[in-house]
Design a protein around this ligand. Structure first.
Ligand code: NAD
Length: 281
């Protein structure tokens, strides 16, 4: 059994991204620019935004941080995103979710043009993924694909089972694996006989949000197990997979923390660079 080292892999990806960002700067005389918008004071969001900005610095990407108070109006938030949309120094725009309750997140995200949508959440980018066309893909599932690729996991003809159908993880994950020639099953809260579906998987991706939900009896001997879940239990981070037991059966498995998590920011930086490069074509 091999434990997939997301931290090390992310560091390798980021080293390559530094080279790409530097080449962009050399060629065009300015840095790749990523705008990060944080509204309100959600502590987890503050940590994520801080890490994303640090990631930019480290990669040689210019970040434009915009902090808006929790009581900002819908019109003010949309106005900021529209201004960033027309700013040529900004190649990518990220609005940190969740937003305060009184705001309509969909309408704010709709102000981000697809070409600057570094999270890949827009209908256009999801449509492109569904059509297997070039576009921006959501960072977390993209990070999973990068882990599979770097650990030489064959996807063609393999049975992939994804648990979770959210727009940011499960759904794009299913499309990516389908585009990579896997035979894909998507399970969710209404799935009947979940354990049976899971036990058929050569590649099992858990994106549920329930600690230790995937137990050893749900996993086929030799399966590749990817744990996207991040659950805080008694101040500790725990995945959706019962790592201790499942790692006895898996051929490859991601730990939590240190698996999928570190890849997400690396893929955000990669998406920002790709948006900038495409803008110059
Ligand atoms: P979500 O709540 O939007 O979706 C959860 C999915 O799990 C739903 O589609 C639901 O149908 C399914 N589900 C819930 N209960 C189930 C059950 N009993 N049986 C089968 N399916 C069930 O969550 P999300 O945003 O997709 O995130 C999933 C997990 O991944 C969370 O723990 C989240 O924190 C984590 N996450 C990690 C990263 C990362 O960078 N590693 C990024 C995003 C999300």
């Amino acid at each position: 059994m091999t434990i997939i080292d997301g931290k090390q892999t992310a560091a390798e990806v980021r080293a390559q991204l530094r080279v790409r960002a530097a080449a962009f700067e050399e060629k065009y005389g300015r840095k790749v620019g990523l705008a990060v918008v944080l509204i309100g004071e959600d502590p987890a969001s503050q940590v994520y935004v801080r890490n994303k900005i640090k990631g930019c610095e480290d990669a040689g990407i210019r970040s434009f941080a915009h902090y808006l108070p929790a009581d900002v109006t819908q019109a003010q938030a949309e106005e900021l995103v529209r201004a960033l949309a027309s700013d040529e120094a900004v190649h990518g725009i990220l609005v940190q979710l969740p937003l305060p309750k009184h705001l309509d997140a969909e309408r704010i995200l709709a102000c981000i043009p697809a070409a600057k949508d570094v999270d890949g959440f827009s209908a256009e980018n999801i449509g492109r993924l569904a059509l297997n066309e070039e576009g921006t893909v959501a960072c977390t599932p993209l990070g999973v694909m990068e882990l599979l690729r770097r650990y030489h996991v064959e996807t063609r003809g393999k049975r992939a089972v994804i648990i979770g159908r959210s727009n940011i993880v499960g759904r794009p994950m299913a499309l990516l694996l389908l585009n990579a020639d896997a035979t894909v099953t998507v399970c969710h809260s209404r799935t009947v006989n979940l354990a049976e579906e899971c036990a058929r998987a050569d590649i099992l991706v858990a994106a549920i949000g329930k600690p230790n939900f995937i137990t050893a009896d749900m996993v086929k001997e030799g399966a590749v197990v990817i744990d996207v879940g991040i659950n805080r239990v008694d101040g500790k981070l725990i995945g959706d997979v019962d790592f201790a037991a499942v790692s006895q059966k898996a051929s490859l498995i991601t730990p939590v923390p240190g698996g999928v998590g570190p890849m997400t920011i690396a893929m955000l930086l990669q998406n920002a660079i790709s948006c900038a490069e495409r803008a110059m074509r």
